[in-house]
Design a protein around this ligand. Structure first.
Ligand SMILES: [Zn+2]
Ligand SMILES: [Zn+2]
Ligand SMILES: [Zn+2]
Ligand SMILES: [Zn+2]
Length: 345
């Protein structure tokens, strides 16, 4: 089966072949200071009756609240740090297994798609069809931008009706104002300006990646996706396949379908077909075209069952239908026409 990289967002180049199973995903991220384990195990506590627990090392009973918990899996308790240390070697395997399980639960959890705040239709997957407004920080779909332009004949924010910034300085000022308020999309916007050297800024890939990281941490999955691409192709950073996978995972957990497709690709190339198709099926169900093609091919090759394929196909069409609107179709058509006539939209 031939599977190619998703170039939907024009960044991801063909991956070189990878080897080795995927087991890096459970480690702490070394660059974003985000402790996956803590995020994943949040809210999960060991089941304790009457608040008494047994030390996993020496067997002594104690009050759970005063005991020392394994801070990775949160599954076992110890009377003190010494017991914890003594037990470390014995516990390591079970701990890693549990952490991996918890991680996978998060990684393969369905995420509700984002909606456009105006038309309330699920957002398109293509980043080209979404705009982050520097006035109010809202993400608006191309259909709503098109409708606004049509009704007003000028560029107003479709959400708050603020006119587009008149100067580069004004635009940067707006974006920085949103950044102060912790709007993830604003970090993504500024990252984009630095990536291109736009708005009179000097092109700076390092700065761009720093901003992408911050945007991702603030919940903007498109930023994590782009950061994954930076590590994949070595843009402003050294190529680092583990980190690119890590950021694709964080993006996919935030509902980014192209990131999920890329994860499928990475798993497929690492020989982990089962995990790969779990990703492809999820992305296809969410309406991702290329993933559906892969699932179809997988069905032909006997890697996907008939039922799985039929269900995926149904969900795919459903998602596609939900994302469609007349305005979005018209906006796409205009963009396509402009592209054909040599304009860069
Ligand atoms: Zn003990
Ligand atoms: Zn543990
Ligand atoms: Zn909309
Ligand atoms: Zn606005």
């Amino acid at each position: 089966m031939m599977i190619t990289a998703d170039d939907n967002n024009n960044d991801l180049q063909e991956y070189p072949r990878r080897s080795g199973a995927m087991n890096s995903s459970t480690k702490e991220c070394t660059s974003c200071e985000q402790n996956n384990v803590d995020n994943i195990t949040e809210g999960i506590d060991n089941v304790v009756l009457d608040n008494t627990s047994t030390c996993a090392n020496c067997g002594k009973e104690g009050n759970s609240d005063n005991m020392n918990t394994c801070n990775k899996c949160k599954m076992v308790k110890y009377c003190n740090a010494a017991c914890k240390k003594k037990h470390r070697k014995k516990h390591k395997k079970a701990c890693e297994r549990r952490v991996a399980e918890l991680f996978d639960e998060q990684l393969f959890k369905d995420v509700e798609p984002d909606e456009c705040p105006i038309c309330l239709i699920p957002m398109p997957h293509d980043a080209d069809q979404i705009s982050v407004e520097s006035c109010c920080g809202k993400r608006i779909c191309s259909g709503c931008m098109y409708a606004m332009k049509l009704s007003e004949g000028k560029d107003l924010c479709a959400f708050c009706r603020t006119p587009t910034a008149a100067t580069d300085e004004e635009e940067i000022k707006r974006v920085k104002n949103l950044m102060d308020k912790g709007v993830g999309g604003a970090f993504f916007l500024l990252a984009g300006y630095y990536a291109l050297g736009d708005l009179g800024l000097t092109q700076d890939r390092t700065k761009c990646n720093e901003l992408l990281l911050r945007g991702g941490q603030l919940g903007y999955s498109e930023a994590y996706y782009n950061l994954g691409n930076s590590y994949e192709v070595g843009r402003g950073v050294e190529v680092d396949k583990k980190k690119s996978q890590h950021y694709f995972e964080l993006a996919a957990m935030g509902g980014h379908v192209s990131a999920r497709y890329n994860l499928g690709l990475l798993e497929y190339r690492a020989g982990n077909q089962h995990r790969a198709f779990k990703h492809f099926i999820m992305a296809a169900r969410a309406g991702h075209e290329t993933s559906l093609e892969v699932v179809k091919a997988g069905f032909r090759d006997g890697l996907v069952t008939k039922d799985e394929y039929a269900n995926t196909l149904r969900a795919h069409h459903e998602s596609q239908k939900e994302m469609k609107s007349d305005e979005r179709d018209k906006a796409s058509k205009i963009k396509e026409e402009m592209r054909r006539s040599g304009f860069r939209a």
